[in-house]
Write a protein that binds this ligand. Structure first.
Ligand code: ADP
Ligand code: MN
Ligand code: MN
Ligand code: MN
Length: 392
């Protein structure tokens, strides 16, 4: 027996299959075409006459991949996350609720400085809850946090490599010839030169904005396909890795907006002999980082091997379907159906970096998560499998 609300939820919280982030490309250059010098005239207005600050709430929508945001004025600068009140929004416009019962709640969970409005203004990442305060379908943070709480004695650290592709407004990769294709993969990774990398201004702006905001960004490089880039977030302990990666993604979308460019996290937006985009998860626990840690790394890999299928299911927002396009055992990817591991092996599901092997301690790299993975789902799965030994 289903209750009326259960029936409504089933009907209205399903995201139409044709709705994907990378498809929203209409008129992407319009905001960039506005004169930013005019905006600066207003951004320079002082905020010092009273204590108010602008606080932009950021949350994950019903696609599990898209981000939404809205701003409110707070009477004074919040010093901790607890000082920022919860808020609500219309879930019927985010693939999360139906119109007649549309309110969703957003509960602040991580606060950052706002690199756009600067000063005392804030960005705040939120968790989403339904009208009855149950977590929304795409709120994977709540259960991740509970798992990290239980696993905290092992001090799990995670670092994500976020690969992504820049698209021009016509959904063509930025800088690609309008007819035909650029030369084959090989010249573009960690490259320099106007014929090899496209969109570096966006990368530089994002790097600095992350540092300003207080996001732990570790570095950046251009990637194998022209217009593809990567930044690394972490290492961060527990839930913070997911928090920082989601806010780094928000900054990337927001900055690209200023440039009239679209960021896609689609793991394979262009068919052909390109490696696609991943979200490698580098992972260690306290014992892995200490002397003799290699033994613990290998032990963890053994556990990951036994749960390969379950992990693949939570490593992209389509429960494994997106990674089907990407994990083909070529171009430095592993096979979708088969777990493998190795030292310095970029065709393995899980790689032990050469330096880690030499040192006999350090971390492992799970190469399976897709670029559009939810880091909360990935880190929860890794901690469950390797630390807690429990799978729901
Ligand atoms: P790749 O060679 O796969 O491109 P990257 O240099 O892009 O590797 O990313 C490796 C990431 O691993 C870096 O962000 C780094 O901060 C992170 N890292 C280093 N040590 C640890 C550790 N002990 N636990 C988790 N992550 C770590
Ligand atoms: Mn990398
Ligand atoms: Mn990479
Ligand atoms: Mn990697």
């Amino acid at each position: 027996m289903h209750t009326y609300t259960q029936m409504l939820e089933k009907k209205y919280t399903t995201v139409p299959s044709n709705i994907r982030e990378s498809h929203n490309l209409i008129m992407a250059d319009y905001s960039a075409a506005l004169d930013k010098k005019v905006l600066h005239k207003y951004q320079d207005l002082t905020q010092s006459d009273d204590d108010t600050v602008q606080c932009m709430y950021v949350w994950i929508d019903g696609t599990g991949e898209g981000l939404r945001c809205k701003t409110r004025t707070l009477p004074s600068e919040p010093k901790t996350i607890k000082e920022i009140p919860m808020w609500n929004y219309d879930g019927s416009s985010t693939y999360q609720a139906e119109g007649s019962n549309s309110d969703m709640f957003i509960v602040p969970c991580a606060m950052f400085r706002d690199p756009f409005r600067r000063g005392r203004n804030k960005l705040v990442l939120c968790e989403v809850f339904k009208y009855d305060m149950r977590p929304a379908e795409t709120n994977f943070r709540k259960s991740c946090k509970a798992v990290m709480e239980r696993a905290k004695e092992s001090q799990p650290w995670f670092a994500f490599e976020q690969e992504y592709i820049l698209l021009a407004q016509d959904s063509h990769p930025l800088g690609w010839p309008k007819m035909g294709y650029p030369g084959p993969q090989g010249a573009y990774y960690c490259a320099v030169g106007a014929n090899k990398v496209f969109g570096r201004d966006i990368v530089e702006a994002h790097y600095r904005a992350c540092l300003y905001a207080g996001i732990k960004i570790a570095g950046t490089n251009s990637e194998g396909m022209p217009a593809e880039w990567e930044y690394q977030i972490g290492p961060l302990e527990g839930i913070a890795a997911g928090d920082h990666l989601w806010m780094a993604r928000f900054l990337m979308h927001r900055i690209a907006e200023d440039f009239g460019v679209v960021v896609t996290l689609d793991p394979k937006p262009v068919a052909g002999d390109w490696s696609g985009a991943g979200g490698h998860c580098n992972y260690s626990t306290n014992v892995m980082r200490e002397q003799g840690g290699l033994k613990h790394i290998e032990e963890a890999i053994g556990k990951l091997r036994t749960r390969h299928k379950e992990h693949i299911k939570v490593y992209d927002p389509q429960d494994g379907k997106d990674n089907l396009k990407r994990l083909m055992g070529d171009r430095e990817t592993s096979l979708y159906d088969e777990f493998s591991s190795g030292v310095a092996d970029r065709y393995a599901s899980v790689r032990i970096p050469r330096q880690v092997f030499k040192d006999g301690r350090g971390y492992l790299e799970d190469r399976r998560p897709s670029s559009n993975c939810d880091p909360y789902r990935v880190t929860e799965a890794v901690a469950r499998t390797t630390i807690l030994d429990d799978w729901p």
